[in-house]
Design a binder for this molecule. Structure first.
Ligand code: GLN
Length: 476
């Protein structure tokens, strides 16, 4: 498996071509996609045209950019002009966006080749990719297990070698948790660092787009390409993107790392052991690692499952059988709206819409939605207090390794998959999941590094050190 950096370098030096690189990845897809189902669509012809364009540019002496000829897979909730964007939902079947998401434009102008659109839990609601209307994705590390979710297709595509990198979206953990379960790197950037323009909205105050890659350096590079201000997203931070790769090889000497004690509760033993080993590795590298308390994270899951559905219920109101995709027949307009939504959405999406509508309804607004927003403020205050004396924080990414299909059929057990990842979404801070050895059944374990807003540089520095200390077992 080749890294983004190495492949772009080879192509820029004309040691291989973008067309050859694309063909190699298409071969791996042909061999294994039947079993894995990572993609909703593979864009063979369009990808081949863009690969050829990259090769032509290089032949004429031009530099197509830092991602020259690198095939990249996109989660199928990112808008691609003229290419179906389904969110793995029946309700969007047949819809082709009239525009590209900002991240897609930025990838293309850096020379990337969009290879396809990956499977997800419908509208990014889930932690296993079992909620896709097009069938689940299987974990390349063990086909009887889930790849995590909701960006399960993106994580599986990278882990299987279908593409050296993919983009996902993370509202409560959907990049980091599947990255951990598939043994790849996944980043949820600072809220506002990456433009959400063209990302189909789930919960707009949490949603962020980020990379999934095989190395920490690759994630830093892709974030440099897709990050930065975008006037099309009013929540986009109007400052230039820092050089995230600057401190990748600097080690961790003198850094202060806090181990979040609350996020070790309820975590499987194998995962907890890897986390303690990661902490020891950091200590050996010269960091100070101490246990810290962030009490409000205990309410994170509850607050998230009120605010996120509330926002989703509003965002998903637009799928009415008129403006997008499918339409079912009804007696009158209201009947058509209702039947389209009942037939077009899957059960989890309907449950979230109902939960969100309830949380926002008069009489319950203060008791549920209002209280949940207060938890958000408390979480911010707790993190600020801990960051006063720590550079970064450490926790597991997922409480367990990849689980078997059907194993979390009760919603609460499924929702608990996100306990460790949700706090960063509530406060808008960045976090990365980096593979650190294996746990039960020889399956990958991910360690999460959390950082202050816009301190991705330090987050990558620590993650890169952990990557260098992790013994095998993390790559296929
Ligand atoms: N699993 C969480 C949920 O179902 C998070 C999803 C996400 O980050 N998109 O809401």
């Amino acid at each position: 498996m080749i890294s983004v950096k190495a492949l772009a370098h080879e192509i820029r030096q004309s040691r291989t071509s973008a067309v050859a690189a694309l063909n190699e990845h298409l071969e791996v897809i042909d061999e294994m996609e039947g079993e894995i189902n990572a993609f909703n669509i593979v864009n063979r012809d369009i990808a081949m045209q863009s690969a050829q364009k990259i090769d032509d540019l290089i032949a004429s002496g031009k530099d197509p950019g830092p991602l020259s000829g690198v095939p990249i897979a996109l989660k199928d909730n990112l808008c691609t002009r003229g290419i179906p964007t389904t969110c793995s939902s029946k309700i969007l079947e047949g819809w082709e966006p009239p525009y590209d998401a900002t991240v897609v434009e930025r990838l293309r102008s850096a020379g990337a080749v969009i290879i396809g659109k990956t499977n997800l839990d419908e509208f990014a609601m889930g932690s296993s990719t079992e909620n896709s209307a097009f069938g689940p994705t299987r974990n390349p590390r063990d086909l009887s297990r889930v790849p995590g979710g909701s960006s399960g297709g993106s994580a599986a595509a990278v882990a299987a070698g279908f593409a050296p990198a993919a983009l996902g979206s993370d509202t409560g953990g959907s990049i980091r948790q599947p990255a951990a379960l598939c043994g790849v790197v996944g980043v949820k950037p600072t809220y506002g660092l990456v433009s959400r323009y063209g990302l189909v909205a789930f919960a707009s105050s949490f949603d962020q787009i980020g990379p999934l890659t095989t190395t920490v350096a690759d994630s830093a590079l892709i974030l440099e390409v897709i990050g930065g201000h975008d006037p099309f997203d009013s929540t986009s931070i109007p400052s230039p993107t820092p050089d995230f790769s600057a401190r990748l090889n600097e080690g961790v000497e003198g850094l202060k790392v806090g181990l979040i004690s609350e996020l070790l509760d309820g975590v499987d033993e194998d995962v907890a052991s890897r986390l303690h080993e990661a902490a020891d590795a950091l200590r050996k590298g010269g960091a100070r690692v101490e246990s810290v308390s962030v009490p409000a994270v205990e309410y994170g899951l509850t607050a998230y499952y009120l605010i996120a559905p509330a926002e989703a219920s509003s965002n998903l109101a637009r799928y009415d059988g008129v403006r997008y995709g499918m339409r079912a027949q009804g007696k009158d307009v209201a009947g058509m709206n209702a039947i389209t939504r009942r037939e077009g959405f899957g059960d989890e999406v309907i449950a979230r819409i109902m939960l969100g509508t309830f949380a926002l309804s008069a009489g319950y607004y203060d008791a549920y939605y209002g209280k949940a927003q207060k938890v958000r403020t408390l979480t911010r205050q707790d993190f600020d207090r801990v960051y006063a004396d720590n550079d970064v924080l450490l926790s597991p990414t997922s409480p367990s390794v990849a689980f078997e299909f059907g194993d979390r059929s009760d919603p609460m057990t499924m929702y608990r998959c996100d306990t460790c990842t949700i706090p960063s979404n509530l406060v808008g801070d960045p976090a990365i999941s980096v593979p650190f050895g294996t746990g039960a059944h020889d399956l990958p374990v991910g360690v999460q590094v959390l950082a202050r807003q816009l301190d991705e540089e330090k987050m990558f520095q620590v993650a890169s050190f952990l990557e260098s200390q992790s013994e095998g077992g993390t790559k296929l």
